[in-house]
Ligand binder design. Structure first.
Ligand code: FAD
Length: 293
């Protein structure tokens, strides 16, 4: 099923899990071990990220294909513009399509660590909306069934954007280019999501906007991630976390509680679904799913 088909009747919230391909080969085994457990939690679909600089292209497709064709779990490949020429994009799109994968999360990607500005491939794209246009052209020219396409949205604005309004204007370009749904960057204060929805609707964006939630696993991890993506940690949560800086178990308990609290409130608000960044771990997402059932 394509992304948009999940959200058509709006009868129940659609739950999705995002996992990432490990950088090193040795990381693959632990991921493969927990895949059946994640599948057994019965998300509606799962998505597999594309490593920084497009480094995990083959593993992304391998894992997505395993989910789709062995576990019969609907899945999406993430795809970025980073370092990719149009020919290379066509090649990977052909392989995604041949693996019977129907959904793509289309992104620009980040500049390499230490570099501020994003430099596109000389025969590639500088923004995600151009990648979405490319995918739609590819389908037409090769007579393919259209993919379901998700694009990224930022309730606290993208780190490079001059304002939330400018960022939402650019988000609209991605929808006009053919994006079917929006998945948001992680946030820890639902108020950002509610405000974002209001502003997106005012700007004429009508597609489903799925909140993305990331359970905290350790203080170090969440500080690193939020410093890169620009999401803020509310004062009270930060105080709680600061008291458990060297204790990952305690931090993870706080993270699970926070994630359940956020998810329950969002479900009451009748969000179309929730996208969980599960960080290739099982026990915390199991606890979260149990609490939500
Ligand atoms: P864009 O939509 O191109 O936006 C990037 C910046 O350019 C924004 O500031 C935007 O406002 C601005 N902009 C857009 N269009 C224009 C325009 N026409 N003129 C001027 N400015 C413009 N990264 C990975 O490497 N791999 C992944 O698998 C991955 N998965 C992700 C999944 C989700 C749900 C999210 C939220 C992010 C993910 N990322 C991933 C991170 C993402 O690549 C970065 O956030 C990246 O910096 C921006 O990607 P984008 O697709 O939002 O880019």
């Amino acid at each position: 099923m394509r992304f948009q088909e999940y959200f058509k009747d709006g009868k129940k919230p659609i739950i999705s899990f995002e996992i990432f391909p490990p950088k090193a080969d040795k990381g693959m085994e632990p991921l493969l071990e927990i895949l059946p457990d994640l599948v057994a939690l019965n998300p509606d679909y799962m998505t597999v990220t594309y490593g920084a600089m497009g480094t995990t292209q083959h593993k992304t497709l391998e894992i997505a294909s395993l989910l789709k064709n062995f576990y019969k779990m609907e899945t999406a490949c993430h795809l970025t513009c980073v370092g990719a020429s149009r020919t290379e994009l066509n090649d990977i799109l052909e392989r995604i399509s041949n693996a019977a994968i129907k959904n793509i999360v289309a992104l620009r990607g980040d500049p390499p660590i230490g570099e501020k500005a994003f430099v596109p491939h000389q025969d590639g794209y500088s923004h995600a909306y151009r990648l979405v246009e490319h995918i739609r052209r590819f389908e037409k020219l090769r007579g393919k069934e259209p993919f379901g396409i998700a694009v990224a949205g930022y309730p606290e604005k993208h780190i490079e954007a001059p304002s939330l309004e400018a960022d939402i204007h650019n988000l609209k370009l991605k929808i006009e280019a053919g994006g079917d749904i929006v998945i948001t960057q992680l946030f820890f204060d639902n108020a950002f999501y509610y405000k974002f929805i209001e502003k997106c609707r005012d700007a004429g964006i009508t597609v489903p906007i799925i909140p993305g939630l990331m359970p905290i696993l350790s203080v170090k991890q969440i500080k690193r991630i939020t410093s890169m993506c620009g999401s803020s940690i509310p004062h009270e949560l930060r105080l709680e976390l600061d008291a458990s800086t060297d204790d990952d178990e305690k931090a993870s308990e706080i993270g699970i509680r926070q994630c359940i609290r956020q998810a329950k409130e969002l479900l009451q608000y009748e969000v179309p679904g929730i996208h969980f960044y599960v960080l290739n771990k099982y026990s915390h997402i199991r606890k979260i799913m149990e609490a939500l059932r």
